[in-house]
Design a protein around this ligand. Structure first.
Ligand SMILES: CC(C)(COP(=O)(O)OP(=O)(O)OC[C@H]1O[C@@H](n2cnc3c(N)ncnc32)[C@H](O)[C@@H]1OP(=O)(O)O)[C@@H](O)C(=O)NCCC(=O)NCCS
Length: 163
């Protein structure tokens, strides 16, 4: 049975957390479609993102040759770290995997940046609740930012405190 446990996460062997390659694009796209249809990105665009400079895409497999269960795409800016996409395989949601990734980002970025940002569709309530539970704050809204379907964008923000 799948259960929540402390880190390291029971569904991620850290050796399977790796940079995505263009060969992963089709699987990521399919997994995204099953996880959150509204922001489905075609494989050819995932290929472009994976190769894009300044953007990093990580995938995590259940085991070395197993299916991709988590994807994170992020970009680094001088003032903040942007999470462009965080996707958890539909069969592995609500097991703490998303939180595991956010904790990894927090742990590794604290030294280099002041904040983490993540933008969402207005309709994406599960992700809004998820970010709230990870101490992100709602900081702004862009009217009709998204197309197909047209929707507002909500901006969420996590500020590192001085330590
Ligand atoms: C949003 C997403 C990344 C969350 O990942 P996850 O691994 O399921 O999240 P976690 O298990 O770490 O959840 C942590 C907490 O967030 C909140 N949460 C997460 N999903 C929720 C949901 N569907 N409804 C209500 N609360 C939710 C809960 O408080 C949860 O704690 P709990 O399970 O103890 O109640 C995942 O649902 C997903 O891939 N969604 C589709 C893609 C997407 O919208 N990405 C947005 C980028 S942030």
């Amino acid at each position: 049975m799948k259960t929540k446990k402390d880190f390291p996460h029971p569904h991620i062997q850290l050796s399977t957390l790796e940079r995505a390659t263009v060969n992963d694009a089709v699987e990521i796209s399919k997994m995204q479609c099953n996880s959150y249809k509204r922001d489905y990105i075609k494989p050819k665009f995932w290929k472009k993102y994976i190769e894009q400079e300044g953007t990093f895409t990580f995938v995590s497999r259940q085991c070395k040759e197993g299916p991709i269960i988590a994807v994170m795409r992020c970009s680094v800016y001088p003032e903040h770290f942007l999470i462009n996409n965080l996707l958890i395989h539909k069969d592995f949601k609500r097991l703490g995997l998303g939180t595991f990734f956010i904790e990894l980002v927090k742990e590794n970025c604290r030294k280099y940046t002041k904040s983490i940002m993540c933008n969402l569709r207005e309709h994406n309530l599960e992700a809004q609740l998820f970010l709230k539970s990870n101490d992100f704050l709602f900081t702004g809204q862009r009217k009709n930012f998204y197309k197909n379907p047209e929707e507002d964008q909500y901006e969420f923000y996590f500020q590192f405190t001085e330590s």
